[in-house]
Design a protein. Structure first.
Length: 108
């Protein structure tokens, strides 16, 4: 079975870029724009990873807290990643991040 990633990113271009990059690792990806859409996906599917834009216009703190502990959460943000107060246990990538930085979050 191919590992699955859920990408939660409000901006269509960035969402498509992340999915395209992850597909290079042969990862199966679902992508949504809002935390509400992510909750629907998470209700029906188990994901190995969830990539979440924590700068989303919609609140994401509750979403991140509700993700099953079996999923690895990777956060993306415009803020300085050293400002990890809200989600200290998850890796964080600062935008703009490169393809290699994103791919480094996923085991080969």
């Amino acid at each position: 079975m191919v590992p699955t990633v859920l990408v939660v990113e409000p901006y269509a271009d960035l969402r498509a870029g992340i999915v395209s990059t992850l597909k290079r690792l042969s990862l199966d990806c679902d992508a949504v724009a809002t935390p509400d859409d992510a909750r629907l996906k998470l209700r029906d599917h188990d994901y190995a990873w969830v990539v979440v834009d924590v700068d989303s216009p919609d609140p994401t703190t509750e979403l991140v807290s509700s993700i099953d502990k079996r999923s690895r959460v990777i956060l993306i943000t415009d803020a300085d990643p050293r400002e990890r107060r809200a989600h200290p246990r998850h890796p964080m990538l600062r935008k703009p991040f490169g393809r290699d930085e994103l791919l480094a979050q996923f085991p080969k």
